[in-house]
Design a protein around this ligand. Structure first.
Ligand SMILES: *Cc1c(COP(=O)(O)O)cnc(C)c1O
Length: 463
């Protein structure tokens, strides 16, 4: 498989290069040149496979030019051995036509582990082949940092430095980053805000001398390999519920449009699917787009579901590229205009197509609390404040003909304050994390000064 940029002006690359570069050098995002096609017969054969075996089949066409099948199968097995549930992402019935796909059984209790656990092993494999090392830096306001740290810890050829705003991440999230013991993991508390952390990371990438000296890299949400790994659980859930004979709807709480784009990719590959339902909180730019072709940015407002407090969904560009008939020039122009004006319209044809493939929904904080209370009472289920948006979306807009699968993107114990506000108690952490508050923390506190952070990276990375 070769990959092309959504802006049409970057070189075509193979999987190993796409993995390591992340963003294309024309500012675009890499997408597969064509979608591999899965036949009905193959779907039947796949319906009895384990999660890991299915994952190899679904992803192989994307990686096989860079990683042979047998090697890839080993990496997949290693990646999902850290999950606490034997079926990796179990399905749970909530109501007659409503299922929960639990994506939070990985080490950090959020769905990001499904992709990042594999990414860590893919990095090591490709770097080993090319005899290279990288230094990964990233900024986090919570979820992504811990998932990235768990993915890279112990990997031979990568070191990771995660910057977080001191005193501004939740205690669970902080401890998930600072109690990891590995010589290649570095949690850095910055005396500043999340935006300061992001600016420091951007400045490190912009500093060519530094970037080349330490082989700077990132594992952020626009990396194609993260989308690829998320395609697997759409196949998994649909096959459990009767695909290819029966279609299902998927309800996905969305921030960067990454997770739901993986669902769209599964559909392009031939998985029969109803609608992809896109849920947001009060930061509802995507809902407004699907309702009225109004993609206009507003200020980001904090909500009960912080991992979706986003106005510009970076992965939307991948879908836009398809809406514009894969015209890279038009996509680049539309994105540049959007950045300048804060508005985007795709025109009647594109919008009609978008409306037929996606359905938008948003839930205010108070409605979110009410829904958490409802599902606790009606089904005995404690839902986290992100997941509940998809569940409520299914309940309000699901159909009788098709089952709906709501993606459970985080374990409720990851957001104890929101659960306490809704239900009056804090959910217990799963058994592998019950001692999280007894583990010793280790992190460095640094001033919001680029030179200090760069010096810290230079002196603490290996090799
Ligand atoms: C990251 C995250 C999301 C949003 O996922 P995207 O891929 O950005 O759409 C939703 N819920 C939780 C719990 C998350 O951590």
């Amino acid at each position: 498989m070769q990959y092309i940029s959504t802006r049409g002006a970057a070189p075509e690359l193979g999987f190993d290069e796409v993995l390591l570069v992340g963003l294309a050098n024309d500012g675009g995002l890499y997408v597969p040149k064509t979608w591999p096609q899965v036949s009905t017969e193959q779907l039947h054969q796949w319906s009895t496979l384990s999660y890991q075996a299915l994952a190899v089949e679904v992803m192989l066409p994307f990686v096989e030019d860079s990683i042979p099948r047998d090697d890839f199968a080993v990496l997949v097995d290693r990646a999902y051995s850290t999950f606490q549930h034997s079926s990796v992402t179990p399905l749970k019935q909530l109501d007659s036509n409503l299922y929960l796909l639990e994506l939070f059984h990985g080490p950090t209790l959020a769905f990001k582990d499904c992709a990042l656990q594999l990414l860590g092993h893919l990095f090591d494999h490709v770097l080993e082949q090319q005899d290279r090392r990288v230094t990964i830096v990233g900024a986090t306001s919570g979820d992504t940092g811990s998932a990235a740290i768990e993915a890279i810890k112990g990997r031979a050829r990568a070191d990771i430095f995660i910057l977080f705003p001191e005193g501004r991440v939740s205690p669970v999230q902080q401890r998930q980053m600072t109690t990891v013991r590995a010589e290649n993991v570095h949690a850095l508390a910055i005396d500043g805000t999340f935006d300061d952390c992001q600016d420091l990371v951007k400045a490190m990438f912009a500093d060519k001398g530094f970037r080349e000296k330490v082989n700077l890299s990132a594992v952020n949400s626009i990396n194609w390999a993260r989308i690829m790994a998320q395609i697997v659980y759409y196949f998994w859930a649909a096959l459990r519920l009767g695909a290819p004979e029966r279609e299902v709807d998927f309800c996905v709480p969305t921030g960067n449009f990454g997770n739901v784009f993986a669902g769209y990719a599964a559909k392009q590959m031939g998985l029969p699917m109803g609608r992809l339902m896109v849920g947001s909180n009060r930061n509802d730019i995507l809902t407004r787009f699907f309702e009225s072709d109004d993609m206009s940015t507003r200020a980001v407002e904090p909500s009960l579901s912080p991992s979706m407090d986003i106005q510009i969904s970076s992965n939307f560009e991948r879908y836009l590229f398809d809406l514009l008939d894969r015209d890279g020039k038009a996509t680049g122009q539309t994105m540049t205009d959007f950045r300048r004006t804060g508005r985007m319209q795709v025109g009647q044809g594109g919008w009609n197509r978008a409306k037929s493939e996606f359905h938008g929904f948003s839930l205010s904080d108070s409605a979110c609390v009410a829904a958490m209370q409802h599902w606790h009472k009606a089904a005995g289920e404690v839902l986290d404040p992100h997941t509940v948006i998809g569940v409520q979306h299914a309940a309000e807009f699901g159909t009788v003909e098709r089952p709906a699968v709501a993606l459970a993107t985080a374990h409720p114990a990851k957001f104890p304050a929101a659960v306490k506000r809704a239900l009056g108690f804090e959910p217990a952490l799963p058994s592998h994390l019950t001692d999280l508050y007894d583990r010793p923390e280790q992190f460095s506190v640094l001033a919001n000064v680029l030179e200090d952070v760069q010096n810290h990276v230079l002196t603490n990375r290996r090799g």
